[in-house]
Design a protein around this ligand. Structure first.
Ligand code: FAS
Ligand code: PHB
Length: 390
């Protein structure tokens, strides 16, 4: 089989890249290790920046997002049992975010790809990438016990943090920057009405908590937990009880609990790969970078990588220009490091760090008090949260 762009991974990065290339008439085949159902079963991001929603519109998959997504113009910061609203809309001159789960974004992209009759090989086993430093790269994979070869012009590594593409780059050609946080996020999804119409980010001495949502009837909650915790060791009752202890009296009173649909623990890390291009192979999304989810940047940074990469490929094929390809890595990394900084800052402000002692909490409280009193400080938070301009 031959294609112009071989995309490894059918998460949001791979599917969005495939859709943008299709709209421009560039051929791409996606190879995905898991089944489509498995990809959809992973519960992840929930907040989309305007840049991302615009990109989904450009890809022709924004209709359901606009019909079912929830536009949010602010969120609450909770500390010392008091909530303070960060008015995104006023602080950013009219911007907002869209609350629409990554699962639904993935579902919309999958449906569009299937409707267009485009090739996605699910359950492609033992994918390996070859000769990406040469002019004729190719990919090998197994499907239903048969070995296959996919010849291509370019390889897009959209295969996430644990993928094969970054792992195939020779050690001397890549630099990795990493910071691992001493805690994780225990997430719970439930068909219960959200505790508030907007998100609540809570800094509690017991640990961080986040009250998010997927719709008016489906809630998503997170608790900071030790890395040694196991999701299966947390009963639903234990989760709800701990969440209540980290909320303010009003939210405690209003909280509607119910059986969990999903419970999982995600580790938190800051991670960046430099560069993101290796000959004719390009990394995008979690394959190249990871942020702690506090700032809701993971999916959004992936989307802007894909914007830059799709534009570069389209310029190459339609305008015979290599400018986008040659500048891809630099363009992405300028934005990625700003997203990494914000996500690290927000995580450092909102979580309890073992060993920081009482002074650690007092310093956080001082910064939070300043943040909600200073328009300048709140504006910095707001403009990073809604997403920096492209
Ligand atoms: P993905 O990891 O989503 O997709 C990569 C795909 O490649 C997967 O489908 C995988 O099966 C496939 N793949 C891997 N290796 C392969 C191989 N060898 N061959 C073929 N296919 C292969 N972001 C937020 O903004 N908010 C959150 O709350 C949040 N929570 C998260 C929780 C978890 C547990 C994780 C892991 C991430 C979370 N993120 C969150 C970040 C997440 O949303 C990512 O930014 C987003 O999934 C990035 O999408 P992709 O780059 O497509 O990577
Ligand atoms: C989510 O709804 O999954 C979510 C929302 C905001 C975040 C992180 C996760 O900062």
């Amino acid at each position: 089989m031959r294609t112009q762009v071989a995309i490894i991974g059918a998460g949001p990065s791979g599917l969005l890249l495939g859709q943008l290339l299709y709209k421009a008439g560039v051929d791409a085949v996606i190879l995905e290790r898991q089944s489509g159902d498995y990809v959809l079963s992973r519960i992840r991001a929930g907040v989309l920046e305007q840049v991302t929603t615009d990109l989904l519109d450009e890809a022709g998959v924004g209709a359901r997002m606009h019909a079912e997504g929830l536009a949010h113009t602010g969120f609450d910061m909770l500390f010392q049992e008091t909530r303070h609203r960060i008015d995104l809309h006023t602080l950013t001159g009219g911007k907002q975010v869209m609350v629409y789960g990554q699962t639904e974004v993935t579902r919309d992209l999958m449906a569009a790809r299937q409707a267009a009759g485009l090739t996605t090989v699910y359950e492609a086993r033992n994918v390996s990438v070859h000769d990406f430093d040469g002019a004729q790269p190719y990919v090998l994979y197994e499907k239903d016990g048969q070995q296959h070869r996919l010849d291509c012009d370019f390889i897009a590594g959209c295969d996430g943090f644990h993928g094969v593409c970054r792992a195939s780059v020779p050690a001397g050609a890549i630099t990795e920057f990493e910071k691992v946080y001493p805690f994780g996020w225990l997430g719970l999804l439930a068909d219960t009405p959200p505790v508030h119409h907007e998100l609540i980010y809570a800094n509690s001495r017991r640990g961080f908590a986040l009250c998010s949502q997927r719709s008016a009837t489906r809630s998503r909650y997170y608790l900071q937990v030790p890395l040694t915790d196991k999701a299966e060791a947390w009963s639903d009752d234990a989760f709800w009880q701990e969440l209540r202890l980290r909320l303010d009296p009003e939210a405690r009173e209003i909280l509607v609990t119910g059986p969990s649909l999903e419970k999982s623990i995600a580790p938190l890390r800051s991670f960046v790969t430099e560069p993101m291009r290796f000959g004719r192979m390009f990394l995008a999304g979690d394959a190249a970078h990871i942020v702690p989810p506090t700032g809701a940047k993971g999916l959004n940074l992936a989307a802007t990588d894909v914007k830059y990469l799709s534009t570069a490929f389209i310029e190459f094929y339609l305008e015979r220009s290599s400018a986008g390809i040659d500048h891809y890595s630099q363009r992405c990394l300028q934005r990625i490091w700003k997203g990494e900084r914000f996500s690290w800052w927000f995580t450092s402000l909102m979580h309890q760090f073992p060993g920081e002692g009482a002074i650690g909490y007092k310093l956080q409280e001082a910064e939070l008090a300043y943040l909600v009193q200073s328009q300048a400080a709140s504006t910095v938070l707001a403009e990073n949260y809604v997403g920096l301009p492209l």
